[in-house]
Write a protein that binds this ligand. Structure first.
Ligand SMILES: Nc1ncnc2c1ncn2[C@@H]1O[C@H](COP(=O)(O)OP(=O)(O)O)[C@@H](O)[C@H]1O
Ligand SMILES: [Mg+2]
Length: 400
Protein backbone atom coordinates (compact mmCIF):
# COMPACT_ATOMS: atom_id res chain seq x y z
CA UNK A 1 0.00 0.00 0.00
CA UNK A 2 1.21 3.50 -0.64
CA UNK A 3 2.19 5.27 2.56
CA UNK A 4 -0.18 8.05 3.66
CA UNK A 5 2.54 10.56 2.78
CA UNK A 6 1.91 9.89 -0.90
CA UNK A 7 -1.53 11.47 -0.52
CA UNK A 8 0.07 14.54 1.05
CA UNK A 9 2.62 14.64 -1.76
CA UNK A 10 -0.18 14.59 -4.29
CA UNK A 11 -1.84 17.42 -2.35
CA UNK A 12 1.36 19.50 -2.18
CA UNK A 13 1.88 19.09 -5.91
CA UNK A 14 -1.59 20.30 -6.84
CA UNK A 15 -2.57 23.86 -7.66
CA UNK A 16 -6.10 22.85 -8.52
CA UNK A 17 -7.74 19.85 -6.93
CA UNK A 18 -11.12 18.65 -8.21
CA UNK A 19 -13.22 16.25 -6.17
CA UNK A 20 -15.47 14.20 -8.42
CA UNK A 21 -17.81 11.33 -7.69
CA UNK A 22 -21.47 10.39 -7.70
CA UNK A 23 -23.90 12.43 -5.58
CA UNK A 24 -23.97 11.91 -1.82
CA UNK A 25 -20.59 10.19 -1.49
CA UNK A 26 -19.08 12.98 0.58
CA UNK A 27 -17.53 15.24 -2.05
CA UNK A 28 -18.41 18.50 -0.31
CA UNK A 29 -17.24 17.37 3.11
CA UNK A 30 -14.11 15.77 1.70
CA UNK A 31 -13.23 18.87 -0.34
CA UNK A 32 -13.39 20.98 2.80
CA UNK A 33 -11.30 18.50 4.81
CA UNK A 34 -8.68 18.29 2.06
CA UNK A 35 -8.50 22.09 1.86
CA UNK A 36 -8.04 22.17 5.62
CA UNK A 37 -5.06 19.84 5.36
CA UNK A 38 -3.48 22.03 2.67
CA UNK A 39 -3.93 25.09 4.89
CA UNK A 40 -2.38 23.22 7.80
CA UNK A 41 0.56 22.48 5.56
CA UNK A 42 1.05 26.20 5.15
CA UNK A 43 -0.69 26.97 1.90
CA UNK A 44 -3.18 29.64 0.98
CA UNK A 45 -6.15 27.60 -0.13
CA UNK A 46 -9.74 28.17 -1.10
CA UNK A 47 -12.42 25.54 -1.21
CA UNK A 48 -15.21 26.27 -3.64
CA UNK A 49 -18.07 24.26 -2.18
CA UNK A 50 -21.38 23.39 -3.71
CA UNK A 51 -24.37 23.09 -1.49
CA UNK A 52 -22.74 22.30 1.85
CA UNK A 53 -24.96 21.25 4.73
CA UNK A 54 -26.14 24.42 6.43
CA UNK A 55 -24.20 23.90 9.63
CA UNK A 56 -21.04 23.07 7.75
CA UNK A 57 -21.47 26.26 5.72
CA UNK A 58 -21.86 28.18 8.96
CA UNK A 59 -18.74 26.54 10.39
CA UNK A 60 -16.82 27.67 7.31
CA UNK A 61 -18.18 31.17 7.80
CA UNK A 62 -20.36 31.00 4.69
CA UNK A 63 -23.67 32.82 4.57
CA UNK A 64 -26.63 31.15 2.92
CA UNK A 65 -26.25 32.82 -0.43
CA UNK A 66 -23.56 34.77 -2.15
CA UNK A 67 -20.27 34.18 -3.83
CA UNK A 68 -18.00 35.88 -1.36
CA UNK A 69 -14.70 34.41 -0.36
CA UNK A 70 -14.58 34.02 3.42
CA UNK A 71 -11.44 33.36 5.36
CA UNK A 72 -12.02 30.87 8.16
CA UNK A 73 -10.69 32.83 11.10
CA UNK A 74 -8.16 31.54 13.59
CA UNK A 75 -10.71 32.16 16.34
CA UNK A 76 -13.10 29.72 14.67
CA UNK A 77 -10.46 27.04 15.16
CA UNK A 78 -9.39 28.15 18.63
CA UNK A 79 -12.94 28.26 19.88
CA UNK A 80 -13.11 24.50 19.32
CA UNK A 81 -9.70 23.91 20.83
CA UNK A 82 -8.16 23.31 17.40
CA UNK A 83 -4.82 24.59 16.27
CA UNK A 84 -5.29 27.22 13.54
CA UNK A 85 -3.66 26.41 10.19
CA UNK A 86 -0.20 27.74 9.34
CA UNK A 87 -1.55 28.81 5.96
CA UNK A 88 -4.93 30.35 5.17
CA UNK A 89 -8.16 28.45 4.67
CA UNK A 90 -10.91 30.27 2.87
CA UNK A 91 -14.19 29.06 1.49
CA UNK A 92 -16.69 30.16 -1.08
CA UNK A 93 -20.05 28.67 -1.86
CA UNK A 94 -21.05 28.60 -5.50
CA UNK A 95 -24.21 30.58 -6.08
CA UNK A 96 -25.22 29.96 -9.67
CA UNK A 97 -27.49 32.97 -10.13
CA UNK A 98 -24.97 35.42 -8.68
CA UNK A 99 -22.20 33.85 -10.75
CA UNK A 100 -24.18 34.34 -13.96
CA UNK A 101 -24.78 37.96 -13.01
CA UNK A 102 -21.09 38.45 -12.32
CA UNK A 103 -20.12 36.96 -15.67
CA UNK A 104 -22.62 39.14 -17.54
CA UNK A 105 -21.61 42.25 -15.58
CA UNK A 106 -17.94 41.63 -16.14
CA UNK A 107 -17.84 40.53 -19.75
CA UNK A 108 -20.86 41.93 -21.58
CA UNK A 109 -19.59 44.54 -24.01
CA UNK A 110 -22.91 46.36 -24.67
CA UNK A 111 -24.34 48.31 -21.72
CA UNK A 112 -27.88 48.46 -23.14
CA UNK A 113 -28.08 44.80 -24.15
CA UNK A 114 -26.54 43.89 -20.80
CA UNK A 115 -29.21 45.76 -18.92
CA UNK A 116 -32.00 44.16 -20.95
CA UNK A 117 -30.45 40.73 -20.56
CA UNK A 118 -30.25 41.02 -16.77
CA UNK A 119 -33.92 41.96 -16.71
CA UNK A 120 -35.03 39.24 -19.12
CA UNK A 121 -37.27 36.71 -17.42
CA UNK A 122 -35.75 33.91 -19.50
CA UNK A 123 -32.30 34.94 -18.41
CA UNK A 124 -33.51 34.36 -14.86
CA UNK A 125 -34.66 30.85 -15.80
CA UNK A 126 -31.40 30.18 -17.58
CA UNK A 127 -29.31 31.37 -14.68
CA UNK A 128 -31.18 29.35 -12.09
CA UNK A 129 -32.65 26.27 -13.69
CA UNK A 130 -30.73 25.29 -16.78
CA UNK A 131 -29.21 21.84 -16.43
CA UNK A 132 -25.45 22.10 -16.43
CA UNK A 133 -25.55 25.73 -15.29
CA UNK A 134 -23.96 24.81 -11.98
CA UNK A 135 -21.10 22.94 -13.62
CA UNK A 136 -20.61 25.76 -16.06
CA UNK A 137 -20.48 28.41 -13.37
CA UNK A 138 -18.07 26.29 -11.32
CA UNK A 139 -15.83 26.51 -14.38
CA UNK A 140 -16.22 30.28 -14.62
CA UNK A 141 -15.37 30.59 -10.92
CA UNK A 142 -12.37 28.35 -11.36
CA UNK A 143 -11.20 30.55 -14.20
CA UNK A 144 -11.71 33.62 -12.03
CA UNK A 145 -9.83 32.23 -9.06
CA UNK A 146 -7.04 30.66 -11.07
CA UNK A 147 -6.30 33.80 -13.03
CA UNK A 148 -6.61 36.39 -10.32
CA UNK A 149 -3.43 38.34 -9.75
CA UNK A 150 -4.36 40.07 -6.53
CA UNK A 151 -3.93 37.83 -3.50
CA UNK A 152 -2.98 34.77 -5.54
CA UNK A 153 -3.91 31.36 -4.20
CA UNK A 154 -1.65 28.35 -3.78
CA UNK A 155 -4.46 25.87 -4.18
CA UNK A 156 -8.07 25.84 -5.35
CA UNK A 157 -10.12 22.87 -4.18
CA UNK A 158 -13.18 22.42 -6.32
CA UNK A 159 -16.19 20.55 -5.08
CA UNK A 160 -18.50 19.40 -7.90
CA UNK A 161 -22.31 19.52 -8.15
CA UNK A 162 -24.45 16.80 -6.56
CA UNK A 163 -25.74 15.06 -9.66
CA UNK A 164 -22.47 15.48 -11.46
CA UNK A 165 -20.33 12.85 -13.03
CA UNK A 166 -16.78 13.74 -13.98
CA UNK A 167 -18.06 13.64 -17.52
CA UNK A 168 -20.74 16.30 -17.01
CA UNK A 169 -18.20 18.50 -15.42
CA UNK A 170 -15.70 18.33 -18.24
CA UNK A 171 -18.38 18.71 -20.87
CA UNK A 172 -20.17 21.64 -19.23
CA UNK A 173 -18.50 24.45 -21.16
CA UNK A 174 -19.02 22.86 -24.55
CA UNK A 175 -22.63 21.97 -23.73
CA UNK A 176 -23.36 25.46 -22.54
CA UNK A 177 -21.83 26.93 -25.66
CA UNK A 178 -23.74 24.50 -27.82
CA UNK A 179 -26.99 25.62 -26.21
CA UNK A 180 -26.29 29.33 -26.48
CA UNK A 181 -24.10 29.69 -29.46
CA UNK A 182 -25.16 27.17 -31.97
CA UNK A 183 -25.05 28.10 -35.63
CA UNK A 184 -28.25 26.21 -36.17
CA UNK A 185 -29.93 28.02 -33.29
CA UNK A 186 -28.93 31.42 -34.56
CA UNK A 187 -29.86 30.61 -38.12
CA UNK A 188 -33.21 29.30 -36.98
CA UNK A 189 -33.95 32.36 -34.87
CA UNK A 190 -32.52 34.88 -37.27
CA UNK A 191 -35.93 35.97 -38.64
CA UNK A 192 -37.08 36.85 -35.14
CA UNK A 193 -34.09 38.92 -34.31
CA UNK A 194 -34.44 40.85 -37.54
CA UNK A 195 -38.02 41.00 -38.75
CA UNK A 196 -39.83 39.37 -35.84
CA UNK A 197 -41.71 37.03 -38.14
CA UNK A 198 -42.30 33.34 -38.24
CA UNK A 199 -40.79 31.66 -41.26
CA UNK A 200 -41.03 28.20 -42.66
CA UNK A 201 -37.55 27.47 -41.30
CA UNK A 202 -39.12 26.42 -38.05
CA UNK A 203 -40.69 23.48 -39.71
CA UNK A 204 -37.64 22.37 -41.59
CA UNK A 205 -36.20 18.97 -40.94
CA UNK A 206 -33.23 19.26 -38.63
CA UNK A 207 -34.52 22.21 -36.69
CA UNK A 208 -36.47 20.09 -34.25
CA UNK A 209 -33.38 19.29 -32.20
CA UNK A 210 -32.71 22.97 -31.66
CA UNK A 211 -36.30 23.62 -30.70
CA UNK A 212 -36.22 20.73 -28.28
CA UNK A 213 -33.01 21.80 -26.58
CA UNK A 214 -34.12 25.38 -26.29
CA UNK A 215 -37.53 24.22 -25.17
CA UNK A 216 -35.86 22.42 -22.31
CA UNK A 217 -34.04 25.59 -21.44
CA UNK A 218 -37.09 27.67 -21.05
CA UNK A 219 -40.19 25.54 -20.74
CA UNK A 220 -42.84 27.99 -21.75
CA UNK A 221 -41.02 30.63 -23.78
CA UNK A 222 -42.11 31.69 -27.20
CA UNK A 223 -39.60 31.64 -29.99
CA UNK A 224 -39.59 35.42 -30.08
CA UNK A 225 -38.51 35.49 -26.47
CA UNK A 226 -35.79 32.93 -27.11
CA UNK A 227 -34.50 34.88 -30.07
CA UNK A 228 -34.41 38.01 -27.96
CA UNK A 229 -32.49 36.25 -25.21
CA UNK A 230 -29.90 34.93 -27.62
CA UNK A 231 -29.48 38.30 -29.25
CA UNK A 232 -28.93 39.91 -25.85
CA UNK A 233 -26.00 37.54 -25.39
CA UNK A 234 -24.39 38.92 -28.56
CA UNK A 235 -20.81 39.89 -27.95
CA UNK A 236 -20.30 37.39 -25.15
CA UNK A 237 -19.91 34.22 -27.16
CA UNK A 238 -16.27 34.68 -27.99
CA UNK A 239 -15.48 35.25 -24.31
CA UNK A 240 -17.41 32.15 -23.30
CA UNK A 241 -15.40 30.20 -25.82
CA UNK A 242 -12.06 31.61 -24.73
CA UNK A 243 -12.63 31.04 -21.04
CA UNK A 244 -13.91 27.51 -21.69
CA UNK A 245 -10.69 26.86 -23.56
CA UNK A 246 -8.58 28.37 -20.80
CA UNK A 247 -10.33 26.23 -18.18
CA UNK A 248 -9.72 23.19 -20.31
CA UNK A 249 -6.02 24.02 -20.27
CA UNK A 250 -6.09 24.43 -16.47
CA UNK A 251 -7.90 21.11 -16.02
CA UNK A 252 -5.42 19.24 -18.21
CA UNK A 253 -2.40 20.81 -16.55
CA UNK A 254 -0.16 18.41 -14.61
CA UNK A 255 -0.63 20.61 -11.52
CA UNK A 256 -4.35 19.83 -11.53
CA UNK A 257 -5.30 16.74 -9.58
CA UNK A 258 -8.63 14.94 -9.82
CA UNK A 259 -9.62 13.01 -6.72
CA UNK A 260 -12.37 10.48 -7.15
CA UNK A 261 -14.58 9.97 -4.11
CA UNK A 262 -16.67 6.79 -3.92
CA UNK A 263 -18.21 4.44 -1.41
CA UNK A 264 -16.16 1.26 -0.86
CA UNK A 265 -18.84 -0.96 -2.41
CA UNK A 266 -18.80 -2.86 -5.69
CA UNK A 267 -21.12 -0.72 -7.78
CA UNK A 268 -19.74 2.70 -6.65
CA UNK A 269 -16.23 1.38 -7.30
CA UNK A 270 -17.33 0.46 -10.83
CA UNK A 271 -18.60 4.03 -11.23
CA UNK A 272 -15.28 5.35 -9.91
CA UNK A 273 -13.48 3.24 -12.48
CA UNK A 274 -15.64 4.67 -15.24
CA UNK A 275 -14.63 8.21 -14.09
CA UNK A 276 -11.08 7.02 -14.20
CA UNK A 277 -11.49 5.72 -17.76
CA UNK A 278 -13.25 8.85 -18.93
CA UNK A 279 -10.62 11.15 -17.43
CA UNK A 280 -7.81 8.99 -18.81
CA UNK A 281 -9.39 9.18 -22.24
CA UNK A 282 -9.05 12.96 -21.96
CA UNK A 283 -5.43 12.58 -20.93
CA UNK A 284 -6.21 13.55 -17.33
CA UNK A 285 -4.73 11.23 -14.71
CA UNK A 286 -6.60 10.62 -11.46
CA UNK A 287 -4.53 11.81 -8.49
CA UNK A 288 -6.20 9.77 -5.77
CA UNK A 289 -9.17 7.61 -4.94
CA UNK A 290 -10.89 8.12 -1.61
CA UNK A 291 -13.17 5.26 -0.64
CA UNK A 292 -15.28 7.18 1.82
CA UNK A 293 -17.45 6.04 4.71
CA UNK A 294 -15.59 2.79 5.06
CA UNK A 295 -16.42 0.44 7.88
CA UNK A 296 -14.18 1.30 10.83
CA UNK A 297 -12.19 -1.77 11.68
CA UNK A 298 -12.34 -2.51 15.40
CA UNK A 299 -9.00 -4.31 15.24
CA UNK A 300 -5.83 -3.12 13.68
CA UNK A 301 -4.44 -6.56 13.01
CA UNK A 302 -5.61 -10.03 13.97
CA UNK A 303 -8.58 -9.80 16.31
CA UNK A 304 -7.94 -11.01 19.85
CA UNK A 305 -9.34 -14.43 20.72
CA UNK A 306 -13.10 -14.40 21.39
CA UNK A 307 -12.61 -15.53 25.00
CA UNK A 308 -10.44 -12.52 25.68
CA UNK A 309 -13.00 -10.18 24.17
CA UNK A 310 -15.80 -11.75 26.17
CA UNK A 311 -13.73 -11.54 29.31
CA UNK A 312 -13.36 -7.77 28.87
CA UNK A 313 -17.10 -7.28 28.90
CA UNK A 314 -17.52 -9.53 31.88
CA UNK A 315 -14.73 -7.66 33.66
CA UNK A 316 -16.69 -4.40 33.54
CA UNK A 317 -19.77 -6.12 34.88
CA UNK A 318 -21.55 -6.96 31.61
CA UNK A 319 -23.61 -10.12 31.33
CA UNK A 320 -22.75 -13.20 29.26
CA UNK A 321 -25.50 -12.22 26.81
CA UNK A 322 -24.09 -8.71 26.37
CA UNK A 323 -20.59 -10.11 25.91
CA UNK A 324 -21.90 -12.40 23.18
CA UNK A 325 -23.72 -9.61 21.33
CA UNK A 326 -20.74 -7.30 21.51
CA UNK A 327 -18.48 -10.04 20.23
CA UNK A 328 -20.73 -10.61 17.24
CA UNK A 329 -20.92 -6.92 16.46
CA UNK A 330 -17.17 -6.34 16.51
CA UNK A 331 -16.50 -9.50 14.56
CA UNK A 332 -18.92 -8.53 11.83
CA UNK A 333 -17.40 -5.03 11.63
CA UNK A 334 -14.01 -6.62 11.29
CA UNK A 335 -15.25 -8.83 8.46
CA UNK A 336 -16.80 -5.89 6.62
CA UNK A 337 -13.63 -3.83 7.00
CA UNK A 338 -11.52 -6.74 5.75
CA UNK A 339 -13.72 -7.02 2.69
CA UNK A 340 -13.41 -3.29 2.00
CA UNK A 341 -9.63 -3.50 2.24
CA UNK A 342 -9.74 -6.24 -0.35
CA UNK A 343 -11.81 -4.02 -2.64
CA UNK A 344 -9.38 -1.18 -2.12
CA UNK A 345 -6.50 -3.46 -3.10
CA UNK A 346 -8.35 -4.71 -6.17
CA UNK A 347 -9.05 -1.13 -7.26
CA UNK A 348 -5.42 -0.20 -6.65
CA UNK A 349 -4.30 -3.15 -8.77
CA UNK A 350 -6.67 -2.17 -11.59
CA UNK A 351 -5.53 1.43 -11.79
CA UNK A 352 -1.87 0.55 -11.34
CA UNK A 353 -0.97 1.55 -7.83
CA UNK A 354 1.91 3.92 -7.46
CA UNK A 355 3.19 6.59 -5.14
CA UNK A 356 1.40 9.06 -7.29
CA UNK A 357 -1.97 7.38 -7.23
CA UNK A 358 -3.01 6.55 -3.72
CA UNK A 359 -6.20 4.65 -3.03
CA UNK A 360 -7.34 5.33 0.52
CA UNK A 361 -10.09 4.00 2.71
CA UNK A 362 -11.65 6.84 4.71
CA UNK A 363 -13.65 5.54 7.65
CA UNK A 364 -17.21 6.48 8.47
CA UNK A 365 -16.86 8.80 11.43
CA UNK A 366 -19.11 8.22 14.42
CA UNK A 367 -20.07 11.92 14.42
CA UNK A 368 -22.01 14.16 12.10
CA UNK A 369 -19.56 16.36 10.25
CA UNK A 370 -21.07 19.79 10.65
CA UNK A 371 -18.32 21.94 12.09
CA UNK A 372 -14.59 22.48 12.00
CA UNK A 373 -14.06 19.80 14.66
CA UNK A 374 -15.85 17.28 12.46
CA UNK A 375 -13.84 18.37 9.45
CA UNK A 376 -10.67 18.13 11.48
CA UNK A 377 -11.56 14.54 12.42
CA UNK A 378 -12.19 13.70 8.78
CA UNK A 379 -8.98 15.43 7.73
CA UNK A 380 -7.02 13.42 10.26
CA UNK A 381 -8.44 10.15 9.04
CA UNK A 382 -7.90 10.95 5.36
CA UNK A 383 -4.29 11.95 5.86
CA UNK A 384 -3.50 9.88 8.93
CA UNK A 385 -1.79 6.55 9.16
CA UNK A 386 -3.53 3.54 7.71
CA UNK A 387 -5.51 2.07 9.40
CA UNK A 388 -6.41 5.09 11.47
CA UNK A 389 -8.55 3.37 14.08
CA UNK A 390 -7.85 1.47 17.26
CA UNK A 391 -9.81 -1.08 19.18
CA UNK A 392 -13.38 -0.32 20.13
CA UNK A 393 -14.14 0.67 23.68
CA UNK A 394 -15.64 -2.03 25.81
CA UNK A 395 -19.25 -1.03 26.56
CA UNK A 396 -19.00 1.08 29.69
CA UNK A 397 -22.30 0.19 31.29
CA UNK A 398 -23.83 -2.49 33.40
CA UNK A 399 -26.90 -4.47 32.57
CA UNK A 400 -29.42 -4.30 35.34
N1 LIG B 1 -16.40 9.83 6.39
C1 LIG B 1 -17.59 10.26 6.78
N2 LIG B 1 -18.05 9.93 8.01
C2 LIG B 1 -19.27 10.34 8.43
N3 LIG B 1 -20.11 11.11 7.70
C3 LIG B 1 -19.71 11.47 6.48
C4 LIG B 1 -18.43 11.08 5.95
N4 LIG B 1 -18.33 11.62 4.71
C5 LIG B 1 -19.47 12.30 4.48
N5 LIG B 1 -20.30 12.22 5.53
C6 LIG B 1 -21.66 12.82 5.65
O1 LIG B 1 -22.39 12.40 4.51
C7 LIG B 1 -23.30 13.41 4.11
C8 LIG B 1 -23.12 13.72 2.64
O2 LIG B 1 -21.85 14.31 2.45
P1 LIG B 1 -21.62 15.45 1.38
O3 LIG B 1 -20.21 15.86 1.54
O4 LIG B 1 -22.66 16.50 1.47
O5 LIG B 1 -21.80 14.59 0.06
P2 LIG B 1 -21.83 15.07 -1.47
O6 LIG B 1 -21.24 16.43 -1.52
O7 LIG B 1 -21.02 14.04 -2.19
O8 LIG B 1 -23.27 15.05 -1.87
C9 LIG B 1 -23.05 14.60 5.02
O9 LIG B 1 -24.02 14.59 6.04
C10 LIG B 1 -21.66 14.32 5.59
O10 LIG B 1 -21.52 14.89 6.87
MG1 LIG C 1 -22.07 18.20 -2.32
Amino acid sequence: MPPPESLSLELDRAKVLVCVGAGGVGKTTTSAAVAMEAARRGRRVIVLTIDPARRLAAALGLPEIGNQERVVSNESFERLGLEPPRGVLSAMMLDVKTSWDEVVMKYHPEPEAKRRLLENRLYFTLSTALAGSQEYMAMEKLYDLATRTEDPLDLIVLDTPPASQAVDFLDAPSKMLAALDNDATRWLLEPYTTAGRVTSRLFDAGSSFVIRSLGRLTGTATLEELAELLSQFQGMYEGFRQRAKAVRVILSDPSTSFWVVAAPHPSPIETALSFYDRLSADGIPVGAFLLNRAEPDPFEHTPPAPELLRARVLAVGGSEALAERWLQAVQSSHMAATLERERRDQLAAKVGISEARPVRLVPELPVDIHDLAGLEALRASIFGADPPFGEPPVPAFRES
